[in-house]
Design a protein around this ligand. Structure first.
Ligand SMILES: Nc1nc2c(c(=O)[nH]1)N[C@H]1C(S)=C(S)[C@@H](COP(=O)(O)OP(=O)(O)OC[C@H]3O[C@@H](n4cnc5c(=O)[nH]c(N)nc54)[C@H](O)[C@@H]3O)O[C@H]1N2
Ligand SMILES: Nc1nc2c(c(=O)[nH]1)N[C@H]1C(S)=C(S)[C@@H](COP(=O)(O)OP(=O)(O)OC[C@H]3O[C@@H](n4cnc5c(=O)[nH]c(N)nc54)[C@H](O)[C@@H]3O)O[C@H]1N2
Ligand code: SF4
Ligand SMILES: [Mo]
Length: 716
């Protein structure tokens, strides 16, 4: 028996796992790595199922090409020849924008995808770049871009030292944390309370996290910006502003004071569903705490005021003196990558180009995924005719996926880099799989930038495979879209990529001679990073290297033109009048929100038996009062209807949910024809995004709205 120490690549928590296997590479057990410097032995059911994922007979290991409507296994050369033959004419005739890309969530958990995806996208040069970012955290990038000058400078709560944690729209005990890399959040939250600190959760549902907190306030979906503004209003009104160390690094405080004036707790209370005196008390306690961190996640970003809410989270951190100090909201200092703030000082810009059909501005290089169907369906110059999906399942994960399904079917050519034949890749003409997570190296380039402690860890592949690394696949695609054909000299292309990275990191490429692929690039980035590390140092430390608690980073982290935190950026405050108008609007009717389960991972791990066992989790949760009023019964079937579409879902009556709100998880609906996911199909559930309305967007960033969708619910 051999035990390998690997970092789990499935979610943002970056847990260390011990994978034990025999000489036939049969995995006998996976447990938490007690010696991991960060996770200390924590593991969740998904991490424990990595072996089942590795052994899943449905997981693809050979390229598939569709011939006469049927997928056939082909060799790699044949697959790339097919792509060259069909994609190249589209680019030649219709231009680069005729080819869209959709990059999904696992591409950020996959070092080959993260580092070589950019090479391919740049070479392709399409404006039609879509990703899971615009159905997730784009508002946070936008607010950080304007506040701090860098869309990647995202403050994370210093959970291990804070005395007061205000959580809005996040359920880290289930999601294991997001935009906050922190394995074992249950342990970390317990520790806050044990040291006399306080946890407050704002969420329309009484989640596991709410249960573990001191206080839970069931907010009306989509109203966090109002609540946060009322807290900011209170901070000014009750003279609780405490800039402290930030005073000389902030501009715009007076503008924020003025903007907040109309949003008194009394004015917002009836809209948010939290009493005015409670809002005042919470604000006083937050301001008085020895240290405090305000943290918002999916519930605050995938809503109509996503950017304003994301901005106000950090405004509140700043005004209470908690931005960039121990126990507050802090900027990580990663060992590799472009350390945030190293960017040149310049004004962050959005809208460098616009989407063709609806005219949405580009934000952080993204066009909203919610408008992909428009771009495919609408004829004219620049129409999307081909699509490359990379680790993405937009047919389940983006709004009005019923419509997108139809649009995908009308594309001339689709390539999916994917490990399953699923709801999206069934539309592909060519599917290119990648290695199992245990047969590729792993390094959390993205998540060390969001980590509540500075740590670093490198995982070499546990097993060998004959599936080419996805970096090679991406280089072959790069060669195709630059007109160099499907059989490039991969080594030469890789040398070129490494030379570019070496230059940007200021490192002599000769120092990493002998390495190739992602390992070489990571070595270059470590050498160029702030800790004087090399990949060899990481290879010698299989449980990771702890680089210590977060440290204050202002002003180094700032890359705004002024060199200051710009607390009232015009591009964001432009949306305040729309928010103000909300105070006069009365909305009746039910609002739909999402939810996550600890055994799901968006849409793609339902093919692992151990993770779908134990009853149908894809239910619509309804409060008992609403159930009575609507004639819904627990276990009965409901028809859920919106402007975008309708679905039938089993009802779960529960007082966990706020009256007037219903919740359905996303990522289900696996009963479509032509997929090859036997377990998932047997536990199909229903696709909630058929109901999600693609015309509802966060006005500033174009991010999709998944929380606060108006719906009607009736017995089916
Ligand atoms: N209603 C609603 N919708 C939501 C959300 C919500 O809260 N509510 N959340 C949104 C969020 S936050 C996100 S991030 C998105 C996710 O949206 P997506 O990223 O589009 O969807 P995933 O379900 O993560 O699908 C990942 C795909 O990658 C494939 N894959 C997995 N591993 C690999 C690999 O190693 N290589 C390759 N090539 N492919 C791989 C899987 O088979 C799957 O097809 O969903 C969004 N959709
Ligand atoms: N087990 C599991 N873990 C995951 C994932 C998964 O699918 N399953 N997905 C991963 C991904 S891609 C992401 S982005 C993260 C997301 O990480 P989280 O944001 O922690 O995920 P959620 O559990 O969706 O938590 C969002 C919470 O917001 C609440 N909410 C809904 N609407 C509102 C609102 O208007 N206001 C407020 N204040 N709250 C609201 C919901 O009830 C929910 O409890 O999770 C990651 N981890
Ligand atoms: S919490 Fe995330 S990183 Fe940790 S074992 Fe579970 S899926 Fe893997
Ligand atoms: Mo996400």
């Amino acid at each position: 028996m051999t035990t390998a120490h690997v970092t789990c690549p499935l979610c943002e928590a970056t847990c260390g796992l011990d994978v034990t296997f025999d000489e036939k590479q049969l995995i006998s057990r996976i447990t938490g790595d007690k010696e991991d410097v960060f996770s200390g032995g924590y593991i969740c059911p998904k991490g424990a199922s990595l072996g089942a994922l590795h052994a899943d007979p449905d997981r693809l290991t050979k390229p598939l090409v569709k011939r006469d409507g049927q997928f056939v296994e082909v060799g790699w050369d044949e697959a790339f020849a097919e792509i060259d033959a069909r994609l190249t004419p589209i680019i030649e005739q219709h231009g680069r924008d005729a080819v869209a890309v959709y990059a999904g969530n696992p591409s950020v958990h996959n070092i080959a995808q993260t580092l070589y995806g950019r090479v391919f996208y740049k070479a392709l040069g399409t404006k039609n770049f879509y990703s899971a970012t615009s159905v997730d955290q784009l508002p946070k990038h936008m607010s950080s871009g304007f506040l701090f000058g860098d869309p990647l400078a995202i403050p994370v709560p210093d959970v291990d030292r804070t005395q007061y944690l205000l959580i809005l729209g996040a359920n880290p005990l289930v999601s294991n944390g997001s935009l906050m890399t922190a394995p074992d959040m249950r342990g970390r939250l317990k520790a806050i309370r044990k040291r006399g600190g306080k946890i407050v959760v704002i969420d329309p549902r009484r989640t596991r996290t709410a249960d573990a907190a001191d206080e839970h306030h069931p907010i009306v979906p989509g109203t966090d910006a109002l609540l946060l503004f009322a807290m900011v209003n209170t901070v000014f009104g009750e003279e609780l502003v405490k800039l402290g160390h930030l005073a000389e690094h902030l501009v715009g405080v007076d503008e924020v004071r003025e903007l907040a004036a109309p949003f008194t707790p009394e004015a917002v209370a009836p809209k948010v569903g939290i009493a005015a005196d409670e809002i005042r008390r919470m604000t006083r306690e937050l301001a008085a705490a020895e240290s405090a961190a305000v943290y918002g996640r999916i519930g605050t970003t995938t809503q109509s005021f996503g950017t304003v809410a994301s901005w106000l989270v950090d405004v509140l951190n700043a005004l209470t003196g908690n931005l960039d100090r121990a126990g507050g909201a802090m900027f990580p200092f990663p060992a590799a990558g472009r350390p945030v703030g190293s960017a040149k000082k310049r004004q962050f810009r959005v809208g460098r180009y616009h989407s063709r059909v609806r005219g949405y501005p580009e934000v952080y290089g993204e066009i909203p995924a919610a408008t992909l169907a428009d771009e495919i369906e609408t004829p004219g110059e620049g129409q999307v005719r081909a699509l490359v999906t990379v680790c993405g399942n937009p047919a389940l994960s983006t709004p009005n996926s019923g419509r997108l399904e139809g649009a995908l079917a009308q594309l001339e050519f689709v390539v999916s880099l994917d490990v399953y034949l699923n709801e999206t890749s069934r539309h592909a003409d060519v599917i290119l799989p990648g290695p199992s997570p245990l047969a590729r190296p792993h390094f959390d380039l993205a998540f060390y930038q969001l980590s509540v402690r500075n740590v670093v860890n490198w995982t070499p592949p546990t097993f060998e495979t004959d599936v080419p690394g996805e970096w090679e696949t991406l280089l072959r695609l790069t060669s195709i879209v630059t007109g160099q054909g499907p059989n490039p000299d991969i080594a030469a292309l890789d040398d070129f990529v490494a030379a570019t990275v070496a230059k940007s990191q200021g490192v002599d490429p000769a120092l990493v001679a002998g390495r190739t692929g992602p390992a070489r690039l990571v070595d270059l980035m470590l050498r160029g990073g702030p800790y004087d590390l090399t990949l060899a140092d990481l290879e010698a430390a299989p449980h990771g290297i702890d680089l210590g608690p977060l440290t204050p980073r202002i002003p180094d982290v700032l890359s705004t033109e002024s060199g200051k935190v710009e607390l009232a950026p015009a591009a964001i405050t432009a949306d305040v009048p729309r928010l103000l108008a909300e105070l006069d609007v009365t909305r009746d009717g039910l609002l739909m929100i999402g939810r996550r389960h600890v055994s799901s991972n968006n849409s793609w791990m339902h093919n692992v038996e151990a993770l779908v066992r134990g009853g149908n989790r894809c239910t619509v949760q309804v409060h008992p009062d609403d159930a009575t009023r609507l004639g819904l019964t627990d276990g009965g079937l409901a028809l859920v209807n919106s402007r975008a579409g309708k679905i039938e879902v089993p009802v779960e009556v529960t007082d966990e949910i706020r009256p007037g709100v219903v919740s359905i998880p996303h990522g289900w609906g696996h009963d479509l024809d032509g997929t090859r996911t036997r377990v998932a199909t047997a536990h199909a559930g229903v696709n909630s995004n058929i109901v999600a309305d693609e015309t509802l967007l966060d006005a500033l960033s174009g991010n999709a709205v998944f929380n606060g969708i108006p719906v009607e619910v009736a017995p089916a």
